[in-house]
Design a protein around this ligand. Structure first.
Ligand code: KG4
Ligand code: ZN
Length: 342
């Protein structure tokens, strides 16, 4: 079964053709990172406009790279939630139109489900086994999910404030490192001392997370190191740090963030001893320090950690296997904030 997956929930315009949920025939991703690096973050209206400009060329390239015609496509899958409203609209309107014009069944896929199913992509011999625990860590989400079987999800832990990726992005800003913060922190952290600055672990009970306090703790530690009061403009702090101090802060922050995730997953495994696999997903799962720490877990190939169309097609394939029916292309709505449990 060949599925065309379309993803536009944030700042990547992506389309891919995947056979039977695993074999990647094409994977086209146009990132808006260069545009938003200039602003230090995503501007929703600009993101939507950029999606509109490249959406159809991206779909056409995905079909061309896969050497397949519309006749050979069995279904279209598209991200309908969660994400930026304008961005989701461009992807879903495109998918709805293509489904009607080419008379294909249309499937609406939740973005976090797609991130999880990135772990089934590719030619790996070993696949995650159920029941499993999934840690989804992205720019917008930090959640631990229990999955008893394909396409069944229960949220057992979630962040009470910022997502961990968002925290990487905000700490990078304080340190004067470019957007997106995750990769730039990881890069400079390589030459930093992770034990240089002691940062607190939040005392959040059970399996929930909090990352806003960690961001503030980094801010306070930088102010202290620079010898300025807390009223000092935070965008000017970077001018007071040496490259080595920046590297040490990046390494100390990265280690703390990874340790917090590891502690919660350890607790989750104690509470769910029946777990057969741990699956890590979402943009932050590209982080190498995290990969070293969770050495027994499943990770997507790094290029499938971030947003892409192949994971949407993979998630759709397993939805179809689980008996999910297509959606009405004339009625499909978008939901910027809906939970995976809906
Ligand atoms: O999944 P994703 O591409 O988009 C969302 O669905 O949010 O995740 C983007 C997030 C950003 O916050 C980015 O800084 C973070 O993933 N990220 C990383 C790394 N690469 C991307 N965080 C830590 N280490 C990385 N190597
Ligand atoms: Zn994502």
């Amino acid at each position: 079964m060949l599925i065309l997956g379309i993803e536009t929930s944030c700042d990547e315009t992506a389309a891919a053709v995947v056979r039977d949920g695993r074999e990647i025939l094409s994977n086209v991703v146009v990132s808006q990172i260069d545009i938003f690096a200039e602003y230090g973050g995503v501007i929703p209206e600009v993101a939507a406009r950029s999606h509109l400009e490249v959406m159809m060329p991206v779909v056409k390239k995905a079909l061309k790279d896969a050497s397949c015609t519309w006749d050979e496509i069995d279904a279209i899958a598209v991200t309908y939630a969660p994400g930026l409203l304008g961005s989701l609209l461009i992807g879903t309107l495109t998918a709805r139109t293509l489904a009607v014009v080419h008379n294909k069944p249309l499937y609406a896929v939740h973005h976090l489900k797609s991130h999880i199913y990135a772990n089934w992509l590719g030619n790996t011999d070993k696949l995650p086994a159920f029941p499993l625990l999934a840690l989804v860590i992205s720019g917008g989400h930090t959640q631990i999910l229990s999955m008893p079987a394909h396409n069944q999800f229960e949220i057992i832990g979630t962040t009470r404030d910022d997502a961990v990726g968002e925290c990487f992005d905000k700490v990078a800003k304080i340190l004067g490192l470019p957007y997106p913060g995750g990769p730039s922190i990881a890069k400079v952290a390589a030459s930093g001392n992770p034990s240089k600055y002691r940062l607190p672990h939040p005392k959040i009970p059970e399996l929930d997370f909090s990352f806003s306090g960690l961001k503030t703790a980094v801010l306070r530690a930088v102010q202290k190191e620079a010898g300025v009061p807390i009223s000092y403009p935070s965008h000017k702090l970077k001018e007071l740090l040496t490259p080595q101090q920046v590297a040490d802060f990046a390494a100390s922050f990265q280690k703390t963030a990874v340790d917090i995730l590891a502690e919660k997953m350890k607790l989750a495994l104690e509470k769910h001893p029946e777990t057969k696999s741990v699956v890590i997903a979402g943009g932050v799962s590209a982080n190498q320090e995290l990969r070293n720490t969770f050495s027994d877990a499943f990770f997507p190939e790094p290029k499938f950690s971030g947003d892409n169309g192949a994971m949407v097609a993979a998630a759709c394939y397993y939805e179809i296997q689980s008996g999910v029916k297509p959606t009405d292309p004339y009625k499909l709505n978008i939901y910027p904030r809906i939970s995976i449990e809906n």
